[in-house]
Design a protein around this ligand. Structure first.
Ligand code: FAD
Ligand code: NAD
Length: 467
């Protein structure tokens, strides 16, 4: 068996692990990264990137279909479009291949040794690596620092396990065909992003959600335009409804809040009821680390309860977002190289790529209220924004939340077409400690959606110009 000695060993090559690897390499830390599947992790292979590619393809197809139906106010008509799903999936796979290849090249360029295989922890300094399909380990790695970045896995419903017609997001991202009837369990991120895409690709979609509204983790006002758009698209929502399992004919048995049972016809069932940290099957228990629920407990430097063992990303719990994993990975690499760092972002943006999109950064009015902070808040609707009109996307609004005492901005929420691109400016303003006056006094390019950001601040100060 080959033995490798290194300073930093990273287990998992997702956004957390690969960014840690690149940064450690830049800083001259001897680093080995073990990845069992493909570099890039969930995000690049079966998550963020392929889902956004499929969402985009579905949107284009749906738009073309609306032109064929002559319902477009733009005056464009076309004949009925067709979609060659095999080519769509190949296009999506091409993007994934390019990006994952890029990650491999960046690791190599920065001197990180990539070991392909599945790591099993023996102790806090040693792992063994087994190649896919092999029983015996072929490599042993000893390290000074061990960074755990194994990510997360989809939650399975015990009475409706994955297999056959019951699929997770992974299978949903590589469809061989579009199911005539798709039942989606869970109206969270994945259920709504992919449920919308399948509807636009032609499926009849029914979304079953246990809570009494979609995206229950989000502010109710933000979700309203998304719920209205789902209604217009023809997505059926079954809210306050619990799934009971499949019957003999493969139909989904559901029970509503008043205890009434029903069955839903389904050719495929996408279960998207959350993800759980990947903590089992790779010897993590040998370290007997302190846990925080299902996640590995970490402090504000991503240290676990064992010295020189670190955990980042989805393995370390919520929010399970790629950019948070990357920021933690970069930080741990810097600490291992001797820099002084803490993970204390003023805000972590979250974007839901529904139609329309949702962005939240920092505190909502409700969060501020719960925290006992007196606030000023104002919103500006896209129906009064010129750019929104020119892209035929006037649903939604931007809302700002600022402290009443000193006007410091503590939160942003937006819902609307393409608002994901506003996330950067929102987060920067909070991280830089901007006041309402700072954003209101910044010249925003015309005509852009960003003008609604400026106008929300002007409105909070009592002198909006275009409403
Ligand atoms: P992961 O990306 O899960 O990577 C972990 C890696 O570790 C995997 O490659 C795995 O193979 C490897 N591994 C595990 N165990 C071992 C072992 N024993 N040995 C070797 N290797 C191992 N987030 C966003 O911010 N924006 C989005 O738009 C978004 N969309 C998403 C869409 C979908 C459908 C899904 C499923 C997720 C999405 N996410 C999104 C979440 C995002 O993918 C995760 O937050 C992110 O990938 C977490 O990064 P990570 O590095 O912690 O783990
Ligand atoms: P989620 O937590 O976003 O949503 C799960 C939904 O399922 C919730 O609304 C919940 O109430 C519902 N639910 C739970 N059990 C149920 C049951 N038995 N029957 C009916 N409904 C039930 O989880 P997800 O959509 O699976 O996504 C997992 C994670 O992946 C997200 O939390 C997020 O961290 C990440 N993700 C992020 C993005 C993004 O950033 N755009 C996109 C996709 C995924």
């Amino acid at each position: 068996m080959e033995t490798i000695n290194t300073t930093l060993l990273i287990i998992g090559g997702g956004p957390g692990g690969y960014v840690a690897g690149i940064r450690a390499g830049q800083l001259g830390v001897q680093t080995v990264l073990v990845e069992g599947a493909s570099p890039g992790g969930t995000c690049l292979n079966i998550g963020c990137i392929p889902s956004k590619a499929l969402i985009h393809a579905a949107e284009e197809f749906c738009k073309a279909r609306s032109y064929a139906a002559e319902t477009s106010p733009l005056g464009i008509t076309t004949s009925e479009p067709r979609i060659d799903l095999e080519r769509t999936v190949a296009w999506k796979d091409g993007i994934v291949k390019k990006l994952t290849g890029g990650v491999g090249a960046l690791l190599k360029k920065n001197g990180v040794r990539l070991v392909n295989g599945w790591a099993t922890i023996l102790d806090g300094k040693t792992v063994e690596v087994r190649q896919d399909g092999e029983q015996q380990a072929s490599v042993r790695i000893r390290c000074e620092h061990m960074l755990l970045a194994t990510g997360s896995q989809p939650v399975e419903l015990p009475f409706m396990p994955f297999g056959g017609a019951v699929i997770s997001s992974t299978e949903a991202l590589s469809p061989a065909s579009i199911p005539p009837r798709l039942v989606v369990v869970g109206a969270g991120y994945i259920g709504l992003e992919l449920g919308t895409a399948y509807r636009k690709l032609g499926s009849q979609v029914t979304v079953v959600e246990a809570a009494d509204r979609i995206l229950p983790a989000y502010d109710a006002d933000l979700v309203k335009p998304v719920a209205a758009a789902l209604g217009r698209l023809g997505v059926e929502l079954r809210l306050g409804c619990s799934v009971q399992g499949l019957d003999e004919e493969g139909r989904v048995r559901v029970r509503d809040a008043s205890g009434v049972d029903a069955v839903l016809e389904a050719d495929r069932v996408l279960v998207a009821v959350g993800r759980k940290p990947a903590t089992t099957g790779w010897g993590l228990e040998n370290l007997m680390l302190d846990m925080d629920g299902r996640a590995v407990k970490v402090d504000d430097q991503c240290r676990t309860s064992m010295r020189n063992v670190w955990a980042i990303g989805d393995l370390a719990g919520e929010p399970m977002l790629a950019h948070r994993a990357m920021a933690q990975g970069e930080m741990v690499a810097e600490i291992v190289s001797g820099k002084r760092r803490h993970f204390a972002p003023a805000a972590i943006p979250a974007v839901c790529f529904t139609d329309p999109e949702i962005v939240v950064v920092g505190m909502s009015p409700l969060d501020a209220d719960k925290a006992g902070i007196e606030i000023i808040t104002a919103s500006f609707p896209f129906s009064a924004n010129g750019r929104a009109m020119t892209i035929d996307s006037t649903d939604g609004f931007v809302r700002v939340v600022a402290r009443k005492g000193d006007h410091r901005i503590i939160g942003w929420q937006a819902v609307g077409g393409a608002v994901s691109e506003l996330a950067a400016g929102f987060t920067q303003s909070i991280e830089l400690g901007a006041l309402l006056e700072d954003v209101a006094g910044t010249i925003h390019a015309h005509p852009t959606l960003g003008e609604a950001v400026q106008e929300a601040c002007l409105r909070a100060l009592g002198h909006a110009l275009h409403i």
